[in-house]
Design a protein around this ligand. Structure first.
Ligand code: BG6
Length: 499
């Protein structure tokens, strides 16, 4: 592990949910593992008027009590500030200098933007007004939460604006999917084993399926979600990053730019969609009221903050191609949705069938073929499905599973995505952060979908009962077989799993 220089982490939007639910717990986990530098402080910043003590006690509620807790809380400070007002920033500057002096911390700062996106344009400018953007006296890094724009144009604008004040190598665009241990393990699985990589191409792979299902609905985020929808919320960012890791060529070295160059090349090879393709290759759906386990469940349009006539998609499914040497002709399928039967994210590699059916049609549906399931969450692990002889007369074949579960590594702590990503940024390692050009490329790719939906109101939004696997028509996307219908446990699948 690289050395981490003493620094102060400034969280803008510190009174929000992300800070108490994800960021501070991740910092506490790092603290307990002794991964934070000894000279370290967190300065929470937002408009709410709180003292240091009040901020600490708010954070305490979300942290497990432990003998180290008080010492950790002492590292937290708070500064009320109207973040949109440039005249307030000298106050921030002074506060940072005084915390740095009191704790003998060099003037190294990480600024974390966990605010509404409208402030992404303003805070960097205000930091620059007081010289807090320039790495003269120490490092200055800027972490930006998604969304990075809401379409290609706004994404470009945002990048341009950030680059007015910070250099690309100071900007860390967070996509928490890249922080997931199992997502990074895709690179290790692919590039550290002699057995997988030689068959990881169009010669052996029939198709690739990526599912990210959630059983929850929009909860209390209806106001945000109704303007976003599954495409902007999950596909343009998290799912595209998964596609990048599944499909990329081996990087020359394990370094930020080498890896990110390969991911970018995947995005550059995506076969552009026309607005007509959208009608045939993209399915959008919205959950409607139903009963789950006998209990009535609201439809999306009845959720708080959602327009009662909303056409926002809570389900998204798509077929697409990557036009490069490795993936020529291999269909990729992705789907994501809210209020599906279970919470699961996985990548399924479907291998081609053997050249002939020597053993006839048997319960081992030849159509299913061999599958490698890379389970991102939950029950993280890897599953290989293949045919074995059923003991006894004849040559009947059944599907069997070979599985590895991370939970078997009982002595290993599985770091949360935010733990990993915060630590990386502290070390100045941007490998698992999205680069500006890649973000723009994915927006460029999905823009025709947004355009088609906007320009052609005939493209249906299919209703699906909450608790089901999305609209039936999504099944028709997959020409060779069906989606896998995964359950909570990696090795189980089928239409009827636990809810
Ligand atoms: C967030 C989306 O980025 O990712 C949420 O805004 C979604 O809508 C979440 O629920 C999913 O993340 P995870 O880690 O729970 O799969």
């Amino acid at each position: 592990m690289k050395n981490i220089d003493p620094h102060i982490l400034v969280i803008f939007g510190a009174s929000g949910d992300l800070t108490k639910r994800k960021l501070v717990p991740a910092l506490y986990a790092l603290y307990k593992q002794k991964l934070l530098p000894e000279q370290f402080a967190v300065l929470g910043v937002s408009r709410t008027n709180l003292s240091d003590e009040e901020f600490r006690s708010r954070m305490k509620e979300f942290l497990p009590t432990n003998s180290e807790l008080d010492a950790f809380l002492d590292m937290l400070y708070y500064q009320p500030l109207s973040t949109s007002e440039s005249y307030e920033y000298p106050i921030l500057h002074d506060r940072l200098t005084s915390i740095a002096k009191a704790n003998s911390i060099a003037e190294n700062y990480i600024f974390y933007l966990s605010t509404p996106p409208s402030l992404y344009e303003i805070i960097p400018a205000n930091l620059s007004n007081v010289g807090l953007n320039k790495p003269n006296d120490g490092f200055r890094r800027l972490i930006v939460e998604k969304p990075f724009g809401t379409n290609l144009e706004t994404a470009k604008e945002l990048n341009k604006n950030l680059l007015n004040y910070f250099d690309e190598d100071q900007i860390y665009r967070i996509d928490h999917y890249l922080g997931k241990e199992t997502v990074q393990n895709m690179l290790v699985t692919r590039f550290s084993n002699g057995i997988f990589e030689p068959i990881w191409n169009h010669n052996f792979i029939q198709h690739v399926e990526i599912t990210s299902a959630e059983s929850l609905g929009v909860e209390d985020r209806g106001g945000y979600y109704d303007h976003s929808g599954a495409m902007r919320d999950m596909v343009q960012n998290h799912l595209m990053q998964l596609v990048g890791f599944v499909a990329m060529e081996p990087p020359v070295v394990i370094e930020a730019d080498a890896i990110r160059n390969e991911v970018l090349k995947v995005f550059q090879s995506l076969r552009p969609l026309t607005e007509d393709d959208v009608a045939s290759q993209v399915i959008r759906g919205q959950y409607i009221e139903s009963k789950i386990k006998g209990e009535p469940v609201k439809g999306y349009r009845q959720e708080k903050g959602v327009d009662t006539e909303s056409r926002t998609e809570t389900f998204f499914g798509m077929k697409f191609f990557i036009d490069n040497w490795r993936w020529s002709g291999v269909p990729f399928y992705i789907r994501t949705g809210k209020k599906l039967p279970t919470r699961v994210t996985e990548v399924v590699i479907h291998f081609k069938k053997p050249p002939m059916h020597l053993f006839g049609q048997t319960p081992f549906s030849i159509d299913a073929g061999n599958q490698m399931v890379i389970r991102i969450q939950p029950d993280e692990g890897i599953l290989l499905k293949f045919g074995m002889k059923v003991p006894g007369a004849g040559f009947n074949v059944q599907t069997v599973n070979m599985d590895f579960h991370y939970s078997d590594l009982a002595d290993k702590h599985l770091p949360s995505a935010y733990e990993r990503l915060l630590l990386d940024c502290m070390q100045g390692d941007a490998t698992l952060y999205s680069r500006g050009d890649a973000v723009e490329k994915t927006w460029e790719y999905v823009q025709p979908i947004l355009n088609a939906w906007k320009n052609n109101s005939d493209i249906p939004v299919y209703g699906y009962p909450a608790g089901s696997w999305g609209p039936d028509v999504a099944d028709d996307l997959v020409e060779t077989g069906t989606w896998r219908y995964p359950c909570k446990n990696l090795t189980d699948d089928g239409n009827y799993c636990e809810l």
